[in-house]
Each structure stands twice: as C-alpha cells, then as structure tokens.
Design a protein around this ligand. Structure first.
Ligand SMILES: [Zn+2]
Length: 194
C-alpha cells in the first residue's frame, strides 16, 4: 500500500522547517546549567537520499551551551534523522515497514535504491521489534495510538495508521513528528546504530 516516500523537494524542505521549529523549542529552554544555547549544527551524510539533498537539508540541528566549564551539547528531536543511523528516518521506517507489509516484493528494489543491505535492515527490524517497545516513549505513545487502530507489528502498523487517513506528505510528516522524541541521542536510552 505505502510503496514510496513523497519525493517532491517541497516535502523535504517542509521537514526541515519542522526540525527548525523543534530546534527553536530546545533553544528556548536553554541548558540545564542555566547557560544559553548557541548553534552547533553538524553535517550528516545520509545514504541513499531520494534526491540529491541540498546541504542545508543534511544538517542535523544542534546546540552547545555557551557557559565555560559546561559546553554541553543539546540536540533537539528531529523528523529527519533517527539516532545515529546514516539513513534518513523516513527511509528506515519505509523499508522496515515494507518488509512486514502485504507486498514485501518491493523491499529488494527499495533497499537497493537506498543502499541498505540485509544486515542493516535486520538491525532495523530488531530496533522496531525489541528496543522500541521497551522505551518509556513507547509505553506512553501506545495509549495515544489506541484510537488509530491496533498496533500489531512495528513499524508497519504505524505507517498504516498514519498514512491510511492522510495524503502521503501529511501522513509522513505526522508519523515522523510522532516518532521524533526517540531521535534525541541517549534521551530515551535507545542504542540504535546504523
Ligand atoms: Zn550548560
């Protein structure tokens, strides 16, 4: 059913504006030490992006405390980057979901296009099946999802829940926004390597 990501440039620019909003909220809170947060973005090199993403869209927005002796990094949630994986969050979700969906035949084609090999995809499956359900995030999020339908298999049921009732761009944005709390490094004690 959900074979592909929206590939319009406007979708990817829109995700960036969502990340900028999330970053703005983080900045406003400041550092726990009372220091102010300064921009300290870093450039990521996501693999297999759907289109050649402009540099601005490959930036992981991040901050650094300005107080001497603290200098702690604060990285806001993101709708584009998931943990430390070198793949864009949407690609991780799509390929993992396709493997569980009703039309698994397209997985090979997709994973080739985005350059994800079988062992990478296997690690993603473990993340969805074993790690995510144990996070504090998921324990709360599950309750919110009851209204969207039964969550049988992750992440397929999530993709289905969000894309069944919205046009692709909107559905993807809502789904990525929903998952954004788990994108903060260490924030939910998830180990998620590429
Ligand atoms: Zn600080």
């Amino acid at each position: 059913m959900y074979h592909d990501l929206p590939n319009s440039a406007s979708f990817w620019s829109f995700l960036l504006t969502v990340d900028e909003d999330l970053a703005g909220q983080t900045r406003k809170k400041g550092c726990p030490c009372g220091g102010r947060l300064h921009s300290a973005n870093y450039l990521r090199k996501p693999r297999g992006t759907p289109a050649q993403l402009p540099e601005l869209q490959r930036l992981r927005l991040s901050f650094c405390c300005d107080r001497e002796g603290c200098r702690k990094r604060a990285t806001p949630p993101s709708v584009r980057f998931l943990g430390r994986t070198v793949y864009l969050a949407a690609i991780v979700i799509l390929i993992s979901a396709m493997r569980q969906g009703p039309t698994p035949r397209r997985v090979r084609e997709l994973s080739q296009r985005f350059g994800a090999d079988d062992s990478t995809i296997a690690r993603w499956q473990i993340f969805w099946r074993e790690h995510l359900p144990q996070t504090p995030f998921w324990k709360v999020a599950r309750a919110d999802l009851v209204t969207l339908g039964e969550i049988k298999s992750l992440p397929y049921s999530l993709v289905d829940a969000f894309l069944r009732r919205h046009p692709p761009c909107q559905g993807w944005t809502l789904l990525l926004g929903f998952l954004s709390p788990i994108t903060v490094p260490g924030g939910l004690q998830i180990k998620f390597s590429p």
